[in-house]
Design a protein around this ligand. Structure first.
Ligand code: NAD
Length: 477
């Protein structure tokens, strides 16, 4: 059932020319299910030449054709969503229904970007002299190098490939080696929709080697990366050194604030299901829970009951609500963060341990009385651990919410319109969601500030990142 993974270069599905590959593991068993080819230097050179040629073709393709092609790719990926969901479970671990949902959302993002392609308007600027015409034209920035991670193997890639294609750019995606097949199925949807050879290319390899070669390369004009903040800073420095445009979607540490006047049941249900979704391996997962005095005990009790009741298992089982972590690194990280918090005085309300010794399962975990010095209060856990702390005043909680260098997502629950309005202004974050979980729709901006990155991968802004303004002024003489 797990497909043979290939790279896609210049319209051909290929293996690495030097025959190198690495195994792909099923995180539910820890056992190999297939392998992913590695690109050689010669393969990367072919991908670069292919993207250069692909850009020449695609930039001259009409916006209407780009729109229709993306709409077709959207229909194709939706029609394959159920099968892709199962493939994603095998390599990434999440419940198959979530993988299928990710493929369906990819269709919506393709639709949105395709539609925006037809609205990539320039403008006419009123001249100072009557015989002058001043135009601003939006041009595609050029061939793109994109690096995408394993937590949402389709969603993180579709938010780069679709706007690049909509804008008229070509792209080389270095996909996630741990979860390559679902990313390959995404690329197959564009290919089957008629995207010409060279416009989309997919490679795999040793991430540091591929990025060190592609980013400085003169063919590449734009970099886009989703992953951890340290890697993002490293790639951004390289992009800066070579004066390449960039988009960086990096880590977060989302505050989740529950005020005394909140609907506590709704807060527990929405926050807990989003905390444990994808086993917590989500950059916008609610992370530092801060609950006001009067509702603290009730919130902790109900949140802990939710975590205890969560059915953890193989994502292919119908009743599974949380799958394994994607790899052993995450299990070890959960063990280290829990041990550190406990050693500093935290109380484990539930969970805290690896489940069994087969696969990469970890218990949904709730910690209270976690001191601010504990690592989990400052480091992104990227896993199913929820530290819950108590607060008394609005000013204190805002100070804590803004304490870290991250600023990706923030959540709050309150029935007060005044508190909600103040939160929207006071929390330093790229996205603030109040009384619901309303992020990541194709039509709304998605991105962080501070160490959480640069640029946006949603809304009107999604296409802007791949366009560059050209000013043309012409006098009639
Ligand atoms: P990591 O820092 O080694 O890698 C993160 C991602 O960056 C991976 O996809 C990896 O292939 C890629 N990468 C690493 N070095 C690279 C390089 N030199 N050039 C190009 N790509 C490179 O960590 P990891 O163990 O894979 O993931 C752990 C951490 O990464 C998590 O704790 C989380 O903070 C972060 N992460 C964030 C997201 C996100 O959605 N923002 C996704 C995945 C991982």
């Amino acid at each position: 059932m797990y497909p043979q993974v290939k790279m896609y270069i210049d319209g051909q599905w290929v293996d690495g020319s030097e025959g190198k590959s690495e195994p792909v593991l099923n995180p539910a068993t820890g056992q190999p299910i297939g392998s992913v080819p590695h690109a050689s230097r010669a393969d990367l050179d072919r991908a670069l030449e292919s993207a250069r040629k692909g850009f020449e073709t695609w930039r001259k393709t009409s916006a209407d054709t780009r729109y229709k092609t993306l709409r077709k790719a959207a229909d194709i990926i939706r029609s394959r969503a159920a099968d892709i969901g199962k493939i994603m479970t095998l390599e990434q671990g999440k419940p198959a229904v979530e993988g299928a949902g990710e493929a369906m959302l990819a269709g919506d993002i393709m639709d949105w970007c395709g539609e925006e392609a037809r609205r990539a308007y320039g403008r006419v600027i009123p001249p100072r002299a009557g015989n002058v015409a001043q135009l601003v034209i939006k041009e595609p920035v050029g061939p793109v190098a994109a690096f995408t991670p394993w937590n949402f193997p389709i969603n993180q890639a579709v938010r780069k490939i679709s706007p690049a294609l909509a804008a008229g750019c070509s792209i080389i995606v270095k996909g996630p080696e741990e979860t390559p097949a679902s990313c390959m199925e995404l690329v197959r949807a564009y290919a089957d929709a008629g995207v010409p050879p060279g416009v989309v290319n997919l490679v795999f390899g040793v991430p540091a080697e591929v990025s060190a070669y592609l980013i400085p390369h003169p063919v590449i004009r734009k970099i886009s990366f989703t992953g951890s903040t340290p890697v993002g800073k490293h790639l951004a420095a390289m992009a800066g050194q070579h004066m390449k445009r960039m988009t960086m979607e990096l880590g977060g540490h989302a505050p989740a604030i529950v005020f005394d006047d909140a609907d506590v049941d709704a807060a527990v249900k929405i926050l807990a299901s989003n905390k444990f979704r994808n086993a917590g391996q989500v950059c916008v997962a609610p992370t530092r829970f801060m609950v006001q005095d009067a509702v603290y005990d009730t919130f902790v009790e109900k949140f802990t009951a939710f975590a205890k009741a969560l059915k953890v298992g193989d994502g292919l089982q119908k009743d599974t609500r949380m799958g394994p972590l994607a790899n052993m690194r995450r299990v070890e990280a959960m063990e280290t963060l829990t041990a550190d918090a406990v050693q500093r005085g935290a109380t484990v309300r539930t969970g805290g341990k690896r489940i069994g010794n087969e696969g990469f399962f970890f218990e949904p975990t709730v910690l209270t009385d976690v001191p601010q010095e504990a690592r989990i209060m400052s480091e992104e856990p990227f896993g199913p651990i929820a530290p819950i702390a108590r607060f008394s005043s609005y000013d204190d909680v805002i100070k804590e919410a803004n304490r870290l260098p991250f600023g990706l997502a923030a959540y709050a629950y309150t029935r007060s319109a005044k508190t909600a309005a103040s939160l929207g202004a006071d929390v330093e974050s790229g996205m603030v969601s109040i009384n619901h979980h309303g992020l990541a729709l194709p039509e709304v901006p998605f991105g962080g500030i501070k160490d959480s990155g640069q640029g946006s991968e949603g809304g009107l802004e999604i296409l802007e990142a791949y366009l560059t303004p050209k000013f043309v002024t012409q006098a009639n003489i």
